[in-house]
Design a protein around this ligand. Structure first.
Ligand SMILES: Cc1cc2nc3c(=O)[nH]c(=O)nc-3n(C[C@H](O)[C@H](O)[C@H](O)COP(=O)(O)OP(=O)(O)OC[C@H]3O[C@@H](n4cnc5c(N)ncnc54)[C@H](O)[C@@H]3O)c2cc1C
Length: 434
């Protein structure tokens, strides 16, 4: 991701030329780098895996990778509390938790993200009774703009503000996560029809641990995924290596990349491609470690915008997107992903005090997503949508003040931890104000 003095994100739509790229190995190193940034009057920001589609992690000042700060520091299998260095990736962490008999309660679709990056933007998976990863934060250590090291535990006044901190409050150096006993999931994946799914939204959100679907635009075809916890003692029944390779590597990545290239050159074939894609992935059932089921390889590059809307608004949101597709303003080759989470108490989380449905729109990286994402954003904002902080949108601070009841309280903390705005960038100036 990083070469000498240039940095770009996974999607390739954000590129910066920081004055320095640094790899601190300790909290003391981070303190020294923050002091250097203050001395040199440049900004300083940490990045994780660069998996945000927005420029939230970008800086032209000092860019930090905490990839050397990737250890599990402490654990207690009775309480499930695990202390990690903030740069550890979910990919590194999941098997280490398994070895301790523990797991994160829920995960998103991929695992390269760092723990700090994932929590800072409100990364989430699906489950109407579950929450994003930041809700599992019990405590964290933060280096502030004046180089102070703060430990923010569950009784601290800022405890529910700092987990989704957008990288605006300081550099997170350690995180304590409240984990659950390791568990297996039974994955059931099958083709479905969109009208049927829309009629069963509450059932999907309430009756399954983790349900989501992918809807193929310009068709009524969808792929439904339901992952349910199995009773302890159940034996794993993983996919055969051949089936895994066929479905998850060949069809979902290798062939899909070629299909997307064709679609980008000849958009008129997109409805036909979507219809075939919606039928190609057959039904399958398997039982495996939770993180193995949640996470899939994603090698086809795309851009993404995702909003949380109140769960009750989802049928109207889908109908309005259908109307936009029907008008053929643009032909869209990537499926729309629909997920659910329950209300949480993290101030800047898209799930703050609200049961949500998430609707994610994607576009192949060689196709300009601007008009499509703008149209989708109009639909989402008409239903009180809250965008994922790491996924594309064009909204500013006045919009967020209306959508987040604790917005000004969050800004007051930023004033204390970063009065000189060492940790800001143009994205944060837009969404939080200067
Ligand atoms: C292929 C793909 C799949 C995805 N799937 C999902 C999904 O299923 N669900 C979902 O919710 N999101 C998903 N995302 C989005 C992704 O999870 C978030 O954007 C996440 O923030 C990326 O983590 P990262 O480690 O790459 O952080 P970055 O993108 O590098 O940084 C994100 C933010 O965290 C801050 N940050 C990083 N480290 C620190 C630190 N140590 N201290 C303070 N701030 C820090 C950065 O400054 C920035 O503000 C996906 C993205 C991609 C590309």
């Amino acid at each position: 991701m990083t070469t000498s003095t240039t940095w770009s994100n996974w999607a390739g739509n954000v590129r910066t030329s920081p004055v320095a790229l640094e790899h601190p190995a300790s909290t003391a190193d981070v303190q020294a780098l923050v002091a250097r940034a203050a001395r040199e009057k440049v900004t300083i920001k940490a990045h994780g895996a660069g998996h945000s589609f927005t420029s939230i992690a970008a800086t032209e000042g000092i860019s930090l990778s905490l990839s050397r700060m990737n250890r599990v520091l402490d654990h207690d299998t009775t309480t499930g509390l695990v202390r990690v260095q903030a740069g550890i990736s979910l990919h590194e962490l999941n098997p280490l938790l398994k070895a301790l008999g523990l797991a994160l309660p829920n995960l998103g679709d991929v695992d390269p993200q760092s723990v700090a990056g994932a929590i800072s933007t409100g990364t989430h998976g699906t489950g109407g009774r579950l929450h994003g990863i930041a809700a599992a934060v019990e405590a964290l250590q933060l280096v502030t703009g004046d180089g102070e090291v703060l430990e923010i535990g569950p009784d601290h006044a800022w405890a529910r503000a700092v987990p989704v901190g957008l990288g605006a409050l300081g550099i997170v150096t350690e995180v304590t996560l409240r984990c659950v006993p390791a568990f297996l999931l039974e994955a059931r994946e099958e083709p479905a029809e969109l009208p049927d799914l829309v009629g069963r939204l509450d059932e999907l959100a309430d009756d399954y641990d983790h349900a989501e679907f992918y809807w193929f635009p310009h068709t009524e075809k969808a792929l439904l995924k339901r992952n349910s916890r199995v009773p302890s003692g159940t034996e794993p029944r993983p996919l055969s290596r051949l089936r895994h390779w066929w479905d998850d590597e060949l069809l979902s990545n290798t062939v899909y990349e070629r299909v997307q290239r064709v679609a980008a050159r000849r958009p008129s074939v997109i409805p036909r491609i979507n219809s075939v894609s919606g039928s190609m992935l057959g039904a399958r059932t398997y039982v495996s470690d939770s993180y193995d089921v949640f996470v899939s390889p994603r090698r086809v590059r795309f851009r993404e915008s995702e909003f949380a809307v109140p769960r009750a608004a989802l049928p109207a949101v889908i109908a309005e997107l259908q109307a936009w597709f029907a008008a053929r303003h643009e032909l869209v080759s990537f499926p729309i992903e629909v997920r659910f989470t329950g209300a949480d108490d993290v101030w800047m989380s898209t799930g703050f005090e609200r049961d949500n449905a998430y609707v994610a729109v994607h576009q192949y990286h060689r196709t300009d997503p601007t008009a499509y994402f703008a149209a989708a954003q109009d639909v989402f904002t008409a239903h009180e949508g809250r965008p994922h902080w790491g996924k594309m949108h064009t909204l500013g601070s006045e919009y967020f003040r209306e959508r987040y009841p604790r917005f000004d309280d969050f800004l007051a903390i930023r004033e204390e931890t970063d009065p000189r705005r060492l940790f800001t960038n143009p994205y944060l100036d837009r969404v939080l104000g200067t």
